[in-house]
Design a protein around this ligand. Sequence first.
Ligand SMILES: [Mn+2]
Length: 261
Amino acid sequence: MLEFDNALIISDLHLTPAYPHTANRFIDFCRQEARGVQALFIIGDLFEFWVGDDAHLHTPFHQQIAHEIALLGQSGVQVFFIAGNRDFMLGKKFSELANWKTLADPSQIRIGKHTWLLSHGDVLCTADPGYQLFRSFTRIPFFQHIFMQIPTNYRKKLGERLRRRATIKYQMRKNFDPLKASVKGNVTLEACSQMTSRYDCDRLVHGHTHLPGFHEENWGGHSWKRWVLSDWDLDHPEMYPRANALRIDASGIQSVDLIQN
Ligand SMILES: [Mn+2]
């Protein structure tokens, strides 16, 4: 098992050239807050969408993000990536440029005085069986191979269209029920219980739901602690700006607010 005295964890930055303030905050984060820790874990949805390395890596934006991560690595910080539902097609080429290591979802890591289970979190949203079916299908290497045969430009358009439509279409539905949607978009006690007991680890850290918080939970006589990371968005002044990281060291775990500065 990987072991560190201290580490930072971030998730759901949803980086895209369309949101420059958020991207610049990540670049500053790589040059400032992230320096000096032993490890940085990026646990999914670093990018707003990713439809193959060939579709994105020629752009200066994506090259710079990879470069900043590589520079952080050169400064002595080990960088790790767990794929999210937006960027699970991130491939070898990007990993080589960023010089990070890809980890399985979930991964068990020893940091400070405890062992932590890190997951993007979408696999825990089992109240949405339709999504889980889509997820298991799209993670099959053969499906991904077929997907990559679609011409680059078409894949790019597809990604953009899917991204733009998903939320709007969902909320426009006649039978849209915000309460039901909030249940579907969240993790279930059952899934968290299963994951934490399978790994015999009672400290779970995830993102994906964009519902930052800390929960002490139990299910069927089994209990665990769960930390949820915030997503990052500094480009929509009409909404509240948000960006955080979790820092773990010998003294425990704390949320680092990245909005100030
Ligand atoms: Mn996600």
